[in-house]
Design a binder for this molecule. Structure first.
Ligand code: GLC
Length: 716
């Protein structure tokens, strides 16, 4: 539709129609049904029939037939030909469920993430969706927060690369193209740093911390073209993101030139009253609109207050029209005025959802996402003797984690089925009861020990229940449940070799059982192809190559523990020096660091060379083991002295490479000014000449560095 026609349409809209265009509800409400499957609290908001007839968008339902009917029913009664926008949480897959995003970050493979996101878009588009509330680009450092599963981890650069790749995969060149959907990056901003790791809790940090660590990944997603941004529930500098003019106006619109649509999180506009920054709904609406909130999700503040606010002169018609025009421009960009159902197509949906090609892509990503944390010569498993299999994830299709509402657990291959296909009757199972309502499994350890008597090695598929990850699942205890720990220790004490598979949406507190396991594979929630991928790794068909996107703490008391920390004035360097930054009862280092992961082969990384002109850093990487494998070469930098404190190291580049046994290759990184830049005390972006450590290695601790002096003349 031409822009002038669109503006004409806006001029024909009543104020009530504009207010409802700026309101997003669940579809059941449009049918006057009690809403089901909500992703937030239900509160009583009264919408008139007339208002419900002109809601601008809906969330949370999909399916080609359903959405085609909904659009038809809606447009049939519509006074103006403005179609509904269909949005949903397609976070890590539609029907083909991918590994959770925290696992995807461990692949260090943005290209494969992008390819999988494109497959997700094909399924979601065929199922009638227009927008997905993804990628979630929140930086995370606290595994007590259950939503770490939705993030690509603790590093700004890795998070940004993955968020941008996901946007490109969903949207392609334009989300209006066939088989593409619009991306809505969230939760803007800094939702991932709630105090105490408690969901929805206060976020408070310096402006410098916000800009250097927590904002970059959202910016990458916006620069990749994300069509929408969703604000976060939390405060930033004592102002809820929902009405933050710092975030929504100064940074998002002016600095980043974002032209798309901003949507609140679920009922967050109304919750400004809980935050005590709005005395009533009127003030909540006024502040949200002034900040530039285009769509209010699942509350009725705009519907109830815009008329009064306008009459009282507290808002302007122009502010309202600006929001409405942005929303209609998004619908126009998606081609909805010409084709209100876009790609909804039952036959395509049937053919694409869960198809072999997508499952194969998901399997590749699952393989690259799993991280081998420990292996004392027990993996890969040879089938020379009976093999035990136990644990709540041994015999279930529940391998998805949260935000997987369209995944088909019944259709998903279980680990037992996948292992039986390889080991046949050699496989002995016991204590494979999946989690039910209880966060622990029944104690049938004695029976399991009896059944495993002939087995030398036992695989324990352990972890946390799916329903204990994701939104509103913060925990203070991250250990495996008592009966899972009891089983692992009992197997060890019975002289069995123990291979521990960890199914979780976060780094768990595994120190209490680490010594009892001979091998530990962090599986995360691996998705629809998870059982295949685990089997490929256990049998040695695939050599594990994942590298941690988030540090594992030694215990909950150590949280937050992350790699890119500051040095402090009293770094803990000399064990004899009492007066330094350390604990009396725990080392400062994590149990497993960011970027860490083992392989069935070994690699060396040596001979760091900085070019004469200081623009490149090269290393020689060799496969020093006996079989082909992949590793991730990582580039870190440190600004040795600057106008503000700078992290001891920051990831600024990575390269995933595959080498045959004995093969050696040179890996070269360009050093750029952007890598060295940060926001100074005046919030000016740039870098300061001086000494820098350029470091390259195979994880954030296993690195070799050189100190160089860099000045503006050196770098482009
Ligand atoms: C939820 C989540 C958000 C999700 C939205 C819609 O509360 O915070 O991530 O996209 O509501 O379901």
């Amino acid at each position: 539709m031409e822009k002038n026609k669109l503006l004409e349409l806006v001029s024909e809209m009543t104020l009530e129609e504009k207010a409802m265009q700026m309101t997003q509800l669940v579809p059941d409400m449009l049918y006057h049904l009690a809403p089901a499957n909500l992703t937030g609290p239900t509160r009583q908001w009264h919408f008139t029939d007339r208002q419900l007839q002109c809601a601008g968008s809906v969330l949370g339902k999909s399916g080609a037939a359903y959405l085609k009917k909904l659009q038809a029913d809606y447009l049939k009664d519509a006074r103006l030909p403005i179609p509904l926008l269909f949005m949903a949480d397609v976070i890590h897959g539609y029907e083909t469920i991918l590994p959770i995003p925290l696992a995807q970050g461990c692949s260090f493979d943005p290209e494969l993430v992008e390819e999988n996101a494109a497959a997700v878009a094909r399924e979601a588009a065929a199922a009638g969706l227009h927008v997905t509330f993804s990628p979630m680009a929140d930086l995370v450092r606290d595994p007590r927060w259950g939503r770490v599963m939705e993030s690509c981890g603790e590093d700004p650069y890795l998070n940004g690369q993955m968020a941008a790749a996901t946007v490109r995969g969903y949207q392609g060149k334009d989300p209006g193209e066939k088989g593409k959907i619009a991306a809505c990056v969230k939760h803007f901003a800094a939702y991932g740093q709630p105090e105490g790791g408690r969901d929805y809790n206060t976020v408070d940090m310096s402006r410098g911390m916000l800009r250097d660590f927590y904002l970059p990944a959202y910016r990458e997603a916006v620069q990749a073209g994300a069509a929408m941004v969703m604000t976060s529930f939390n405060t930033v500098e004592r102002v809820p993101s929902t009405c933050s003019r710092l975030l929504l106006d100064r940074i998002l619109r002016r600095e980043w030139d974002f032209q798309g649509v901003v949507i609140s999180d679920y009922s967050a506009v109304e919750e400004l009253m809980n935050h005590s920054v709005a005395a009533d709904a009127l003030e909540a609406g006024e502040k949200s609109l002034h900040a530039g909130m285009d769509i209010e999700m699942m509350s009725g503040v705009y519907a109830a207050s815009l008329q009064n606010l306008l009459e009282q002169g507290r808002i302007t018609q122009e502010e309202i029209d600006t929001c409405v025009i942005r929303i209609l421009e998004l619908k126009n960009r998606l081609g909805l005025f010409e084709n209100p159902c876009k790609d909804a197509d039952e036959e395509q949906e049937q053919r694409l959802c869960g198809c072999k090609e997508h499952l194969e892509l998901a399997r590749k990503l699952a393989l690259e996402s799993m991280v081998l944390l420990k292996n004392e010569d027990v993996l890969p498993v040879s089938a020379h003797a009976p093999l035990g299999l136990a644990g709540p994830f041994a015999d279930t299709g529940g391998l998805f984690g949260e935000w997987s509402y369209m995944g088909n657990r019944e259709k998903t291959r279980t680990l037992r089925e996948a292992l039986e296909a390889v080991y046949g009757t050699q496989l002995v199972t016991a204590m494979t009861e999946p989690f039910r309502q209880s966060p622990d499994v029944p104690d049938s350890v004695e029976e399991a020990l009896e059944r495993f008597r002939p087995c030398e090695l036992c695989i324990v598929a352990a972890g946390e229940p799916e329903w204990q990850t994701g939104e509103a699942t913060s925990k203070t205890n991250l250990r495996l449940s008592p009966n899972q720990e009891k089983l692992i220790h009992a197997l060890r004490n019975a002289g069995k070799k123990v291979v521990l598979l960890l199914f979780s949406g976060r780094p768990l507190d595994i120190a209490p059982i680490l010594d009892a396991a001979d091998a530990v594979l962090q599986v995360w929630f691996p998705g629809s192809a998870g059982a295949y991928a685990v089997t490929d790794i256990l049998t040695g068909k695939y050599n594990p190559s994942g590298r941690l996107s988030m540090s594992f703490p030694r215990n909950v008391g150590q949280i937050p523990v992350y790699y890119d920390c500051y040095n402090t004035g009293r770094p803990s360097l000399d064990p004899e020096n009492r007066f330094c930054s350390r604990y009396l009862d725990c080392p400062n280092s994590p149990l497993f660091p960011f970027g860490y992961g083992l392989s069935y082969t070994t690699f060396s990384c040596r001979g760091l060379k900085i070019s004469e002109d200081n623009t490149t850093a090269s290393v020689l990487v060799k496969n020093t083991g006996s079989r082909r494998g992949e590793t991730v070469v990582q580039l870190y930098v440190r600004d040795v002295s600057a106008s503000v404190v700078r992290p001891l190291k920051e990831l600024k580049g990575f390269r995933r490479i595959a080498l045959d046994a004995g093969e050696e290759t040179e890996v070269t990184f360009r050093i750029t000014a952007d890598m060295l830049s940060f926001y100074n005390e005046d919030e000016q972006w740039g870098w300061e000449p001086g000494e820098f450590d350029i470091m390259v290695g195979l994880d954030s601790e296993q690195i070799e560095g050189q100190r160089v002096y860099l000045s503006p003349a050196d770098l482009p």
